[in-house]
Ligand binder design. Structure first.
Ligand code: VGL
Ligand code: ZN
Length: 210
């Protein structure tokens, strides 16, 4: 069992990211049993939930003439425009029913401000607004986070990079994630994570005690 200085961050295991969802991640459903198995090895589990208002700035439908997967220049930088997804309270925003949510101590909802997207569980896309997660983990004595869930190249990668920026050790459990992979985004994400000192591990090794 991983002890009090380690936390598992389970990112966005929600129906809209599953096959058939609004922003489907290929084979995204396959992570559910893997994540459950990982969770069993951690006393400290944190979940995140992408949680947007219907008029959110990241939705292509809220910008006249714009299509999903185009990019748009916003005051805080370039934003990918997404299909409507994870709207607060919708069925698609719900966490997967088979995910063992009762193991979690904390659930962080992100992307809830209309004008700012948030891939990262730590800092929103303006790179200024904090979710409070770094402070929570610090006050809880956590020094290393293990990241899994959806999607590898967006919310998982940004979370792992921000964990490093917050002074935490970070590991991504590769086979407990699936990617969107838009225009080479997956390869870029791994390069950035490697450069930032994010570890990459398989679930078998991650389940080994210590
Ligand atoms: C995500 C795109 C938009 C994710 C969330 O969870 O990776 N990606 N919102
Ligand atoms: Zn989103």
């Amino acid at each position: 069992m991983k002890g009090p200085s380690e936390a598992l961050l389970v990112i966005d295991v929600q129906y809209d990211f599953m096959p058939g969802g609004a922003l489907p991640v290929t084979r995204g459903d396959e992570v559910v049993p893997v994540v459950n198995r990982l969770m069993a090895g951690f006393e400290h589990v944190v979940l995140t939930q992408d949680w947007h208002p219907a008029d959110h700035v990241s939705f292509a439908a809220n910008h006249a003439g714009r299509q999903p997967f185009e990019t748009l220049a916003l005051p805080y930088g370039e934003q990918v425009l997404w299909p409507l997804h994870c709207v607060q309270g919708s069925a698609g925003a719900a966490l997967h029913a088979d995910l063992e949510v009762n193991r979690a101590r904390l659930l962080i909802r992100k992307g809830h401000r209309r004008d700012i997207d948030s891939y990262s569980a730590f800092v929103e896309a303006d790179r200024k607004t904090s979710t409070g997660l770094a402070g929570y983990l610090r006050e809880s004595g956590v020094r290393r986070v293990w990241c899994c869930g959806l999607a590898t190249d967006y919310c998982v990668a940004w979370t792992a990079l921000d964990a490093r920026a917050a002074g935490l050790d970070a590991v991504v459990v590769d086979d407990a994630c699936r990617a969107i992979d838009l225009d080479g985004s997956l390869e870029r994400a791994w390069k950035d994570m490697q450069a930032a000192g994010v570890g990459r591990m398989g679930v078998e090794f991650s389940c080994v005690d210590g």
